[in-house]
Write a protein that binds this ligand. Structure first.
Ligand SMILES: [Zn+2]
Length: 243
C-alpha cells in the first residue's frame, strides 16, 4: 500500500498536483479508480494492465514500484522488535521510499523534487542528532552542499551551461547530514565515476551527444544506498578502490 502511495507521488509531484486529497483516476480518460481496482499488484493483474474504461496501458513501473517497496519493507524488518529497532526500521524504510521516488522522477523528468529533499533532510537530521556529534553532520552538510555548488558554479561560468542541477546539489547537501564529510566526498567521487562509466556505455547505444540532458540523481542514490544500507560491504569496496 505504501508502494501504491509512492506511485501517486511519482506521478503527481512533477505535475504539481495535490497528492493527498485528489482521488486516483486514469491519466488517459479521467475515469475514477474504484477501490477494488486500486489494490496493489493484484489489481494490475486483475485489470490485465489496462484501464477498465478506455484500455489505456498501465505502465509496468506501477506494479514494479509496489513489489519493490513490499520487498524492501520485508527485507529491512528487524528480527527483534523493540522500540529502538522499530524507530530504526521506520528510518531506513523512509529513506528507501524517498530514494525510490527520487530515482524514478529523476529518470522520468530530470528533477529531484524539493519536497523529497526536505523530507529526507528531516529524517536524516533526526538520525544524526540521535547518533552523531553535531560537527559530523554539520560539516557533512556543508561539504555536501558547497563543494558541488562551487564546482557547478565554476562549470557554468566556464561553459555557460548547467553541468549539475541544483536538485543534485541539494541532495548532496542533505546526504551530507547522514554520511558526514568523508562519506559525502566518497559519494561525490563514486557517483561521478559510476555516472561516467554508465554514460560511456550508453552514448553509442542511445546515440547521446554532449548536449543531451541526463539525470545524475540515480547515481548519487545508488552510491548512497550502498553507503546507508550496506555500510560494511561499502567500506570493504571503497578500501579496495582507494588504497
Ligand atoms: Zn482510462
Amino acid at each position: 500500500m505504501i508502494g501504491s502511495f509512492l506511485n501517486v507521488l511519482i506521478y503527481r509531484i512533477p505535475e504539481g498536483k495535490d497528492f493527498v486529497k485528489e482521488r486516483s483516476h486514469c491519466p488517459n480518460c479521467g475515469k475514477l479508480v474504484f477501490w477494488y481496482e486500486n489494490i496493489p499488484v493484484l489489481s494490475y493483474i486483475f485489470l490485465k494492465g489496462k484501464c477498465s474504461k478506455c484500455g489505456w496501458k498501465i505502465p509496468l513501473i506501477y506494479p514494479t514500484v509496489e513489489i519493490i517497496t513490499g520487498l524492501a519493507s520485508w527485507a529491512l524488518m528487524p528480527t527483534i522488535l523493540d522500540s529502538m529497532n522499530l524507530g530504526l526500521y521506520l528510518f531506513f524504510f523512509s529513506v528507501f521510499c524517498c530514494f525510490l521516488v527520487h530515482f524514478i522522477i529523476d529518470v522520468k523528468v530530470q528533477i529531484l523534487p524539493d519536497v523529497i529533499n526536505i523530507f529526507l533532510g528531516v529524517v536524516f537530521l533526526a538520525y544524526a542528532i540521535s547518533f552523531y556529534s553535531y560537527n559530523f553532520w554539520l560539516l557533512g552538510a556543508g561539504v555536501g552542499y558547497f563543494f558541488p555548488y562551487l564546482v557547478s558554479y565554476g562549470f557554468k561560468k566556464l561553459r555557460g551551461v548547467d553541468g549539475l542541477g541544483l536538485g543534485d546539489v541539494k541532495l548532496f547537501g542533505v546526504l551530507g547530514i547522514m554520511l558526514g564529510p568523508l562519506g559525502i566526498v566518497q559519494n561525490i567521487f563514486m557517483s561521478c565515476m559510476l555516472g561516467t562509466i554508465v554514460f560511456l556505455i550508453l552514448i553509442p547505444v542511445f546515440k547521446l551527444n554532449r548536449e543531451t540532458k541526463v539525470p545524475f540523481g540515480p547515481f548519487i542514490i545508488l552510491v548512497a544506498s550502498a553507503q546507508i544500507f550496506f555500510p560494511d560491504a561499502f567500506d570493504k569496496f571503497s578500501r579496495l578502490l582507494f588504497f
